[in-house]
Design a binder for this molecule. Structure first.
Ligand code: SER
Length: 616
């Protein structure tokens, strides 16, 4: 089954069951500065999952474009992608577990739809903890569903050490929050336990990954294809979970992985999704895919990275390559692809040609790519011309620098500023030679040359997870001050609902039921400007979520469960002006913000207000 048909069948299945098909939202989140890109279909639906009325109704389905940048370095193996499409269906306070699970299973196994063998499907369910009980309901529903297909679905009590030996072994596996819970992407938000469906590829278990195999084992035998999340809680700013007014369903199925399974491939790059790009790459390089692992890896990196770059540049809120935020990610993707292209022996400009192939391939479904065809192709060309001029010379310089197997921070900075090598590319080159790179020294160099604060530099190089221009960094700090001031003036019920920063202004959405009075606005402005005049220090500490809560931090920005979080303190002990969990980056001192001004206060929806403000 080709992806075109898979998309169509998915939407048809859910339309038949009363779902309105909604278009894919932009890859660039419009409401949430905590993430650079849309990473799941639920992301644009958060306001509706917490109670706002969706104009299309209570049952929705979509094919959402997603970008996940955390794994850029992993791309090259058989399954990692930076861009992927997510098939999803939602219930906004309508149906719940029974229908969601039954429909997922029907779509996967019924001959009319995907027709996968039910014997090969294994599922996982939340095992329960102090905050939420074991999901007995889903276990029962799955057992009924398997029984309807003549199968006995045993439950693995441990979820870990019982081998999944086909029909005789357990079919339902229990895991804790780390695996079977979907948390909010931002500080607060809808969340709940989930049940995931895995496909057994039949590959033998690799004991290097543990004694026994199980669905969440990483040996490659099981592939996760679908996740049904039951969003019935809202994570609050103090870290507690409250029942949502409505019980929602949020599901996500990976299009590329499912297509690979349907096509009998154990590699997403061997589906028809990549065949056009691979064909063009073979023509350009004179090398066929499948020659050897090293060349295949380059094929996959070029194909994945350029596909992602095309979608980001061609998005309805498209970004161009730059040294800022999302632009820096596009730059990294394109430059890494160019370097891999050179390894395949391609000497001439090629990214524009491959970009055209990607647009031809996906433009019929994603019309924005057609609309922006010229811009995409010319941006790729421009970026390649820029980097192409310096790449070869830069590699020569790199070889010289590498003679002692160490690249100093200064040398890495020369490669960055003179030859256009993103830090991560130099890191990769050094890694390939088993050498060392002084990243800290690089950052010091970077700070000096760009006149950035340390926090701003950290923000840029930690996975590029921040827009790091001086203006946006200061606006980010201003957002913390505003949040704290609003709570002082309007009361501690004020909670952040969303935030968005451009180089010109900040936008902050928060819960409050009335229009603010002119006096209140003045008072909030005054408090923030006082904090600026006092030139308070901004300091960051890493701690556990529990310790952060104890310190009185607000705005829980959820990192992975159980991990340490960063807490930003503005002011001095014991009278901090603001304590907030956040990924950064921030200004070093509040005086960098100069002057704070609220330019607008308005309603977003009932109970939520929006402030727009500037600094400088
Ligand atoms: N939000 C869930 C996921 O991304 C289901 O859509 O897996």
């Amino acid at each position: 089954m080709l992806v075109k048909e898979l998309r169509r069948k998915f939407l048809e299945f859910f339309s038949e069951r009363g779902h309105a098909v909604i278009p894919s939202a932009s890859l660039i989140p419009q409401e949430d500065p905590t993430v650079l890109f849309t990473t799941a279909g639920m992301h644009p639906l958060v306001p509706y999952l917490i109670g706002q009325t969706h104009p299309m109704g209570k049952r929705l389905a979509s094919v959402q474009k997603c970008v996940r940048t955390g794994d850029i370095d992993e791309v090259g193996d058989n399954r990692h992608l930076t861009f992927f499409e997510m098939l999803g269906n939602w219930s906004l306070g309508d149906y719940f577990k029974k229908e969601a699970i039954a429909w997922s299973f029907e779509f996967l196994t019924d001959k009319k739809w995907l027709g996968l063998d039910a014997e090969k499907i294994f599922v996982t369910v939340f095992t329960g903890d102090k905050t939420a009980p074991r999901d007995e309901e889903s276990i029962g529903i799955w057992q009924t569903q398997f029984a309807m297909r003549g199968m006995v679905a045993k439950v693995s009590q441990t979820g870990k050490d019982e081998p999944a030996t086909g029909v005789k072994g357990p079919r339902i596996y229990l895991y804790p929050k780390e695996k079977n819970w979907w948390g909010p992407a931002g500080a607060t938000g809808p969340c709940g336990s989930d049940t995931e469906m895995f496909y057994d590829t039949g590959r033998p278990h690799d004991p290097a990954y543990g004694k026994a195999c199980h669905p969440n084992c990483d040996c490659g035998r099981f592939v996760e294809i679908w996740n049904d999340v039951f969003m019935e809680y809202e994570k609050r700013a103090d870290g507690s979970f409250a029942a949502l007014k409505q019980k929602n369903v949020d599901t996500g199925m990976g299009l590329e992985r499912t297509a690979a399974i349907l096509q009998g491939k154990d590699n997403v790059f061997e589906t028809e999704i990549f065949s056009g790009i691979f064909g063009a790459l073979a023509d350009l390089s004179g090398i066929k895919y499948g020659r050897d692992e090293a060349h295949d890896r380059s094929f996959r990196i070029v194909a994945d990275h350029l596909r992602t770059a095309v979608f980001i540049i061609g998005d309805e809120h498209g970004v161009t390559p730059s040294n800022l935020g999302q632009g820096y990610i596009v730059r990294r993707l394109i430059r890494r692809a160019i370097r891999e292209g050179r390894r395949l022996g391609i000497k001439k400009t090629f990214t524009d040609q491959l970009g055209t192939v990607v647009i031809d391939e996906f433009g019929s479904h994603y019309k924005e790519l057609e609309t922006n065809r010229e811009r995409i192709v010319s941006e790729l060309k421009k970026e390649e011309e820029k980097f192409g001029k310096t790449l070869e010379q830069g590699l020569k310089e790199f070889e010289k620098m590498m003679k002692d197997r160490v690249i100093s921070g200064k040398e890495a900075f020369i490669l960055f500023s003179t030859y256009g090598f993103p830090l991560e590319l130099t890191q990769e080159l050094v890694g390939e030679r088993g050498g060392n790179l002084d990243v800290e020294e690089f950052k010091r160099e970077f700070e000096q040359h760009q006149e950035l604060s340390r926090t701003a530099t950290e923000g840029l190089f930690k996975g590029g997870l921040a827009d790091h221009s001086v203006e946006t960094t200061c606006l980010h700090t201003a957002t913390h001050l505003l949040h704290a001031a609003l709570r002082k003036v309007l009361g501690s019920d004020v909670a952040q609902k969303g935030s968005n920063i451009t180089t010109e202004r900040l936008r902050f959405d928060f819960t409050y039921s009335k229009k603010m009075t002119a006096e209140q606005i003045k008072e909030v402005e005054g408090l923030v400007n006082d904090a600026i005049t006092k030139n308070l220090p901004v300091q960051c500490e890493e701690m556990t979520v529990a310790a952060a809560k104890k310190s009185g931090a607000i705005g829980l920005f959820e990192e992975k469960y159980g991990e340490k979080v960063k807490v930003y303190f503005v002011g001095a002990k014991p009278d901090y002006f603001s304590i907030e969990i956040c990924g950064g980056p921030h200004a070093g001192h509040t005086s960098e913000l100069k002057k704070f001004k609220i330019i607008k206060e308005e309603a977003v929806v009932a109970g939520v207000r929006r402030i727009k403000a500037t600094i400088g």
